[in-house]
Every structure is written in structure tokens, then in C-alpha cells.
Design a protein around this ligand. Structure first.
Ligand code: ADP
Ligand code: MG
Length: 327
């Protein structure tokens, strides 16, 4: 059983950044408005995540680390659940390959509780000191699967992968304050953006992609056959050089898809030299059944039922917005 769990765990958790992704998504799901992440040695020796979400009581805490335990499954929601994949697997998977401590205080509760899981062995739930929310500490990731350790890159690149994950999640959630520290050093911070800030999404994108982007971005808002595309795209006159900063979110989740690169190239081809990369962040909202079930969430890939429709929507929305902006 334990061996199987460890093999399965490797499917979901490939490196510190994938654990960070799962844990921070849990914090967001729990309604947190602030999430603080601390990594040591690129997350290899410690991933420490605190949130101010709704928390868990003692019973929920014990259940949370069981395989296929999820508080998010609704009876009629199977297609949706499947489309996100691996529901109720993240904590169990991390517990199978690391030393995991979960501490939590349910909203309004008088006391906090904690539980430890080491290489799949779950301890007793015991009292903890925590004023609110949930804290998850992951120590010695992959100590139980040494082969996996060999695939990790330098601390620096593992940390950078976590920065990338946090930035993407922060783009999709302007209402949540994030910080990410490398030991004592805060490497990334995004304050929460209140409703009064005008366009919270553009503000947050500016905080992450740069104020120059914010000043050179046009709004995207288009709809086709039940698919809605919103977001911001940089003007062709603005480019950040070699690195690609093109982000796609599907139903609020960051995804990586080659379709985006091609569609963006198609839309900008009359305006930009081939070696220039427009900067943009697009948010696609689709009916859940439109996203294929055979995807690997840890790799953030998606498969659309009709990729041509998505591509067409992106190209035409960008072309129209660029034309309206006088290009
Ligand atoms: P899933 O997110 O797919 O439900 P996980 O293994 O990631 O599966 O988490 C299991 C359960 O633990 C969640 O359904 C949730 O009830 C609880 N949980 C995990 N993280 C948190 C958190 N930060 N705050 C509150 N509850 C949490
Ligand atoms: Mg989860």
C-alpha cells in the first residue's frame, strides 16, 4: 500500500514547486486572503505555508491527509472534479513522500490542532498553537523516495519554479495577498488589492508584470459560443525582449498550452517582428465539460474539446482589441 502511494505521489508531486502549487491552491480554496510561503533550500528541506482561511477542526484535519479525502466533492460534480484531476490527492501524496505537519484552527474555534504524517505514517491529532487559519510544513520532501531527489535541480532553480507558480496564482487572485521567502529573504510580495482599487486585476498584473505593462496594455473582453475571454494584452509597441510572458488561465487556474503561443503569434503577426514577444495575461472561462478529463493537473496542461474554437476566439479578440487601439 505504502509503495503504491509513493509511486502515485510522484505523479502529483514532482518537485517542490508542485507541492507549493497544490498547497497554495488549497489555501485559496479555503477562502484565505493572505498566504505566506517560506522555502528553505529551494523547498527541498522546508516548505512552510500559512494562510488565514477557514481552517479545519480536529476531525477534518485527520481526514484531510487520507487519500481521496476531499471536502470539495459534490455528487453532481464528477465531470468538474475529474477535469481538475487528482482530487483529494495532494496532502496524501505529500504525506507519503515527506514529513508533513498540518496545523489548523477552524474559524471561530477555541483551539487549534495538528497532525503529523511521515512517509505515509499518520500520527495522532494533538493540540497545537495557532491563532487562525492553517499552517502546513513540509520537511525533507522526497526523503522517502530518494530516486526522486536525484531529479531535482539546483536550489536556485527549484526556488525560481516556485516563484513562477506563486506569480501565476497571484495573477488569478488579486484579492489575496501573497508573499514568498527564500529563508529570511522575501523574494516576492503582492499586497491584496481591495475592491476600491478600480480594476483590481490590472493592478495586480502591473505589480507582477511591471508598471510599464500596465501602461501599455489593452483590455480584452470577448465571447463566443459560451466561452468568455477577458484579460489584458500588451500593445505591439511594448515588448519585454527575449523571455515570453504570456499567461493563460482556464476557469481561474493557470495552465500551460502551446495553443496560446500560436494564437498570439497569429494575432500579432502583422504588427510584430517574429522574434518579439507580446506580453499578455488572458482568462478563459468555459463550461467545465469543455475541458477534457484526461489531463495532468500537476503539469498544468489542458485539453479543450474544441481547440479550434478557443484558438479562434483568442485570435479574433486580440485582433479586434489591437485594431480598436489604432494598430
Ligand atoms: P483537494 O484539494 O482536492 O480536496 P487535498 O489533498 O489538496 O485535496 O486536500 C484535502 C482536503 O483538506 C481539502 O478538501 C480540504 O478540506 C482540506 N484542506 C487542505 N488544505 C486546507 C487549507 N489550507 N485550509 C483548509 N482546509 C484545507
Ligand atoms: Mg487540493
Amino acid at each position: 500500500e505504502r509503495t503504491i502511494n509513493r509511486i502515485a505521489a510522484g505523479e502529483v508531486i514532482e518537485r517542490p514547486a508542485s507541492a507549493v502549487k497544490e498547497l497554495v491552491e488549497n489555501s485559496i480554496d479555503a477562502g484565505a486572503t493572505r498566504v505566506d510561503v517560506v522555502l528553505h533550500e529551494g523547498g527541498r528541506s522546508l516548505i512552510d505555508i500559512s494562510d488565514n482561511g477557514i481552517g479545519m477542526d480536529a476531525g477534518e484535519l485527520a481526514l484531510a491527509v487520507e487519500r481521496h479525502a476531499t471536502s470539495k466533492l459534490k455528487d453532481d460534480d464528477l465531470v468538474h472534479i475529474m477535469s481538475l484531476g487528482f482530487r483529494g490527492e495532494a496532502l496524501a501524496s505529500i504525506g507519503a513522500v515527506a514529513r508533513l505537519t498540518l496545523s489548523s484552527r477552524a474559524q471561530g474555534a477555541a483551539e487549534a490542532w495538528k497532525v503529523l504524517v511521515e512517509g505515509g505514517r499518520k500520527g495522532q491529532v494533538s493540540p497545537a498553537a495557532l491563532s487562525a487559519g492553517t499552517r502546513i510544513e513540509v520537511r525533507d520532501l522526497f526523503f522517502a523516495t530518494p530516486a526522486r531527489l536525484k531529479f531535482l535541480k539546483t536550489d536556485r532553480s527549484e526556488f525560481q519554479a516556485a516563484v513562477d507558480i506563486i506569480k501565476r496564482l497571484a495573477m488569478a487572485h488579486p484579492e489575496v495577498a501573497f508573499s514568498l521567502s527564500d529563508g529570511d529573504r522575501v523574494a516576492f510580495r503582492a499586497p491584496s488589492i481591495g475592491a476600491l482599487a478600480g480594476d483590481a486585476r490590472l493592478e495586480r498584473l502591473g505589480a507582477i508584470l511591471g508598471r510599464e505593462f500596465q501602461e501599455n496594455a489593452i483590455e480584452i473582453d470577448a465571447e463566443r459560443e459560451g466561452l468568455r475571454l477577458t484579460g489584458y494584452a500588451g500593445l505591439p509597441t511594448y515588448s519585454r525582449g527575449q523571455a515570453t510572458h504570456q499567461y493563460l488561465f482556464v476557469n481561474g487556474r493557470p495552465v500551460k498550452d502551446k495553443l496560446l503561443t500560436g494564437a498570439v503569434r497569429g494575432a500579432y503577426q502583422d504588427y510584430l517582428a517574429r522574434d518579439r514577444h507580446p506580453v499578455l495575461a488572458l482568462f478563459l472561462d468555459v463550461p467545465t465539460e469543455f475541458v477534457d478529463v484526461n489531463v495532468h493537473p500537476a503539469k498544468a496542461e489542458v485539453r479543450f474539446r474544441d481547440a479550434g474554437l478557443v484558438r479562434g476566439l483568442i485570435v479574433s479578440a486580440l485582433r479586434h482589441a489591437l485594431a480598436d487601439a489604432g494598430h
